[in-house]
Design a protein around this ligand. Structure first.
Ligand code: UDP
Ligand code: MG
Length: 337
């Protein structure tokens, strides 16, 4: 009965209890396995909740990923293929998917099967119980390198201290959001978005469920150390202005040391009658240290000014080149962003 109702309504204007968003960047080798698994899991969700919309966002892949996506869209049902005009990065590809998705709940996952689609069933169950945000948390981090684990651990402690927003540990971007959370999220138009911090910041009833994270099915991670570092700084700058205040406190402390040093020099010269020339080393070290610290602080200020500038330009977050759909939904024009 339920199935009949959904089939009928989906011919008019589809009503999806769930949309799945998958950002894809050069994943041609892993896609066939991903599509198979999605079909299997979506079949189960269909029986329980209704049809699932699958939004595949191609983030400017240079391999055959888009071809595979369009092929899947042409014979699968309820697929939406979104082709971005170039590579915008994982977070913005996700933002594009979130904007296009029409489900009552929206879940995002990696294309490499590291986030197993089968966990979606548990996530939907938690959502049915009234949770607006359901994080899938890794029990095991697969064969991830020790250095990645330790840096991730330090990063989350650091960002939590700075932002004052508790961020659930060991959760990537594998999460389910309800429609009302998504509506609020779409009001945040930040160029440098750090969804892992913004979603906890939004509030609403949130919960976690646990799963074992596998290794990448194929290919290499797109987050090498350099990108991770940039991502980490984006996270910190997006969630907190405390580095600016820290720079200020730091310079105040140094200023006090400097004033103390002047007093010492005056005392040495006038009271103890010391010579000035022996002070050469200390003067040089003071100049070097202050110079270096000032440059460092300019660097911190510069990062924030750069972000203000980017935000002031108010450019769209992403640009969609084309959209392919496989159901009789309303014709879509690229969303305003
Ligand atoms: N991804 C993307 N754009 C990028 C980099 C990555 O859309 O510029 C996608 C990628 O295809 C994958 C997801 O984002 O589906 C997460 O990337 P990855 O698996 O490389 O990250 P990791 O799991 O290693 O942190
Ligand atoms: Mg991955």
């Amino acid at each position: 009965m339920r199935r009949l109702k959904y089939t009928f309504s989906s011919m008019m204007c589809p009503n999806y209890p769930l949309s799945i968003i998958i950002p894809i960047y050069n994943e041609e080798r892993g896609l066939p396995a991903l599509f198979l698994e999605l079909e299997r899991v979506c079949g189960k969700i269909l029986k329980e909740y209704g049809p699932v919309e699958i939004v595949l966002v191609n983030d400017g892949s240079t391999d055959k990923s888009w071809e595979l996506i369009t092929k899947q869209c042409s014979f699968g049902t309820n697929y939406v293929g979104v082709n971005l005009s170039r590579n915008f990065g994982h977070q913005l590809a996700l933002a594009a998917g979130l904007e296009i998705a029409r489900g009552d709940a929206v879940a995002s996952l990696d294309a490499d099967l590291q986030d197993p689609p089968s966990v979606l069933l548990q996530m939907m169950e938690a959502h049915r119980q009234g949770y607006d945000v359901v994080y899938a948390t890794r029990r095991e981090r697969g064969q991830e390198k020790f250095i990645k684990r330790i840096t991730a651990w330090l990063f989350y402690i650091f960002i939590e201290k700075l932002s004052g927003v508790p961020i659930p540990r060991n959760t990537g971007d594998f999460r389910l959001l309800s429609r009302r959370v998504l509506t609020e999220l779409s009001r945040l138009r930040e160029t440098h978005r750090f969804l892992r911090g913004l979603v906890p910041w939004l509030g609403f009833p949130q919960t976690q469920i646990y799963y074992d994270r596998a290794d990448r099915s194929t290919g290499e991670t797109h987050y090498p150390f350099r990108k991770m570092l940039l991502f980490a700084f984006d996270g910190i700058a997006s969630m907190s202005t405390k580095p600016l205040r820290l720079a200020y406190v730091f310079s105040l402390l140094l200023f006090m040391v400097f004033v103390g040093y002047i007093f010492y020099v005056l005392y040495d010269h006038f009271i103890r009658g010391g010579e000035l020339v022996p002070g050469w080393t200390s003067i040089m070290s003071a100049i070097t240290i202050f110079g270096a610290i000032q440059l460092l602080m300019f660097g911190v200020f510069g990062e924030y000014i750069g972000r203000i500038y980017e935000q002031a330009k108010n450019r769209p977050l992403f640009i969609i080149q084309e959209i392919k759909r496989t159901e009789a939904g309303p014709p879509t024009s690229p969303p305003k962003n």
